[in-house]
Design a binder for this molecule. Structure first.
Ligand code: NAP
Length: 254
């Protein structure tokens, strides 16, 4: 049997990462490549996706970029078709594409609310469904939820919180449907606060105030989340399914 550290290796695996054009998605793509996987990168901005493709290639792995709007089931199927055409398989899906909004509930329009659910929740289901159809036993799906799926953080975020809590429910159900029957493990990560284009939108002072509730007292580094993605994607997590792992500096216990 392979040694313990060998079980973290993703050599020979093919990983799909959505939202790979900025922020955490770039760190996930790079981390998975460092662990040995080839990458299929999905998002809507071609230039930024190509930057991530180059980053993966510089790490010595192969990558393709596929323009994808995850709120379109057809786009999600096309992404998986491109993956199987190029690499012949999909072993790992990181459902990371997401949008963050903060709108007082009284003023939130149907279009605003629906768009967040369409991207953050429905998009993850379309991607999981398209990947689940071709994944072989031993595969792994990682849904990027949020601490906002578990708690509140002082902003009016009904749509975002609902989408991220819904994603935890989706994780649980896909895990019970697919873990035994199809050999596909399904887990979620609940990140706390990490610097990204999403968190750049916060008002000055907001993060400093929230960090007072974080036992580790600092923002997370995206590599600390990528390490958790590599763990859940790999055979090292072979007995872990249906779980939501908070990577939040302790925020949800404070
Ligand atoms: N940063 C944090 O502290 C934090 C905390 C908890 C959870 N999260 C979650 O982590 C994930 C990544 O967020 P981030 O912080 O890295 O934010 P980000 O820098 O804004 O990245 C979001 C990514 O999602 C993509 N995206 C947005 N709408 C899309 C769509 N319709 N179809 C395909 N891709 C789409 C964007 O690419 P395009 O614009 O090119 O399509 C971008 O690559 C999100 O799900 C977010 O909710 C982040």
């Amino acid at each position: 049997m392979a040694g313990l550290l060998d079980r973290f290796s993703l050599a020979g695996r093919v990983a799909v990462v959505t939202g790979a054009s900025s922020g955490l998605g770039v760190a996930f793509a790079h981390g998975l490549a460092e662990a040995g996987a080839d990458l299929v990168l999905g998002a809507r901005r071609a230039d930024r996706l190509n930057d991530t493709r180059k980053l993966v290639e510089d790490a010595g792995r192969r990558a393709i970029a596929v323009l994808t709007d995850v709120s379109s089931p057809r786009d999600c199927e096309a992404l998986v078709d491109a993956a199987t055409a190029e690499f012949g398989r999909v072993d790992i899906l990181v459902n990371n594409a997401g949008i963050g909004t903060a709108v007082p509930a009284i003023r939130e329009t149907p279009e605003q609310f629906e768009r967040v659910i369409d991207v953050n929740l429905n998009g993850c289901f379309w991607m999981a469904q398209a990947c689940g159809r071709v994944m072989l036993p031993g595969s792994s799906i990682i849904n990027i939820s949020s601490v906002l799926g578990l708690t509140t953080a002082g902003l009016p975020q009904a749509a975002y919180a609902a989408s991220k809590a819904g994603l935890i429910g989706l994780t649980r159900d896909l895990a019970q449907q697919w873990s035994g029957r199809r050999g596909i493990r399904v887990n979620a990560l609940a990140p706390g606060f990490f610097a990204s284009e999403m968190t750049d939108q916060y008002k000055p002072g907001y993060l400093d105030q929230r960090l007072q509730r974080v036992p580790l007292g600092r923002l997370g580094d995206p590599t600390e989340l990528a390490a958790a993605v590599v763990f859940l994607a790999s055979d090292a997590a072979g007995y872990v399914t249906g779980q939501t792992l908070a990577v939040d500096g302790g925020m949800t216990i404070a």
